[in-house]
Write a protein that binds this ligand. Sequence first.
Ligand code: F6R
Length: 578
Amino acid sequence: MCGIIGYVGSKNAPAILIEGLKKLEYRGYDSAGIAVLKNNKTIITKEKGTICKLEEKLKENMSTTGIGHTRWATHGVPNKINSHPHKVENITIVHNGIIENYLELKEKLINKGYNFKSDTDSEVACALICDLFKEKNDMQKVLEEFKKITRGAYAIGVLIDGVEDKIYAIRNKSPLIIGVSEEENFIASDVPAILEYTNKYILLEDMDIAIIGKNDISIFRSNKKIKNDIKIFDKKVDKIDKNGYKHFMLKEINEQPDVIRRTIESFSKKDLPNLTKYEKIDIVACGSAYHAGLIGEHLLSKKLKAVITTHIASEYRYKDINPNFKTLVIVISQSGETADSLEVIKKANEKNIDTLGIINVYKSSIAREVKYLVYTKAGFEISVATTKAYLSQITTFALMVNSKLNKEEIVKAINKTLKLEQDCINIAKKIKNQENLFFIGRGIDHYIGLEGSLKLKEISYIHSEAYPAGELKHGTISLVSKNTPFIATITDEVISEKTISNIKEVKARDGNITLIATEDIKVNEDYYDSLIQIPKVQKDLQPLLAIIILQLISYHTARLRGCDIDKPRNLAKSVTVE
Ligand code: F6R
């Protein structure tokens, strides 16, 4: 989602801003732009499309102060006018987040004589800052007032025409850090964007205001200047490289043997609270992480007495947490920046409820907020569609119920499963021209189906639905006709008979079944059209193998359809707005 970078120092700002934006590319964006201060005025260059396109448009503009932005459209289509930076008179801003009351503010500003070129809430924020600046002529006071007038989430970087060597910044619920160096300083959405220059950074808290010069940084909290708390980012960031693979997604699928090895090796029960002391465990997440949570719920429920339920973060954040039960909230997040998941943690913290984060990105916002923390060891995930991070999340839950997993056995089985790629390509060829598809399974196999269905939808744009196999006959089976495609998963032998009955119901109506089953589960060949058999491993890890098959089928289907696999349309890697 939107990314922000800013530079003030003595070097060539445009080059630094472009490099910074490239580091933020993984978040997902549809346009990009920079503003640099030159001869007391900002010069803005922005473009729809890639950062490379923006780079081509840049004129030779030596400047030592500037701000840059990658935009993921929320208000208004992705085009040059809606992209950032926005400028109103002498004020230029970049903004990540959503100003919820922007329409009401826009009306007031129009009545005061302001005109708007774009459809964005960000241009309204810019006009508001401009208007307040006319009255107060002091940016810190302006931003203090801005906080009171606006509702929503924002990280904002501001330049003022005529003020050559200062960036002003404010944040509320959207990530923003200050990079600290010798005779140069930065603002950025995350630390890796500035690591090439410095590993020292200051975390801005919600409602902080900052004034950043090349030799000085002033931070104001509740209208008072505070001491700068400089932190060190003490971790190397992986090199971003496809390593010979056509797409990051395929590379990341193939990294899964290493990921599981690292996840098992680094897991320590010491990072967890005593799970047996809770009466209620709420697992909360979004998208694929939510699907991993469902598997977590399934595994933990067998071991613990607590009532365990999995929730979608955007729903859970508006529910009341019953104070009568000793509760643990577990949040799962690859990025550690997902706005809805972060708000869940903040709400739980306010109510003194214990929180546990299962997080992939080191020192991300959620990682910093939770009481207990387990880092999944997936490494940097670039592909927007998650694969290896999801796998490490399920592995973490399996380790929470059994910390002595047989690492060598599962690594061998994953390698064996990856060798089934050609079978997956054959299935992809079969489904690539379909418009609709069903994933069916029971219990844990249904949860895998949910993830398989999401993977296929997000990268190949084929509509699919994941159904608990036993639920079909309560309505959806009416959609089955000749050759309606189904992908059925059976890894749990306890309920295999039941799923086989449901498969027969589909076959009886001429549906087309692709079956993914563990090798010891016997199914009469009359009941399926294609079969992929996965190795048998210890029960709690069996879902991992089935999901790898579904990842590969989705990947090859999208490839055969010519889709932009690593950056699917409309999606962002880091979902920092509500
Ligand atoms: C799908 C996918 C998303 C994320 C979701 C949560 O492939 O990646 O559904 O799982 O946006 O993101 P995180 O895990 O970063 O909180």
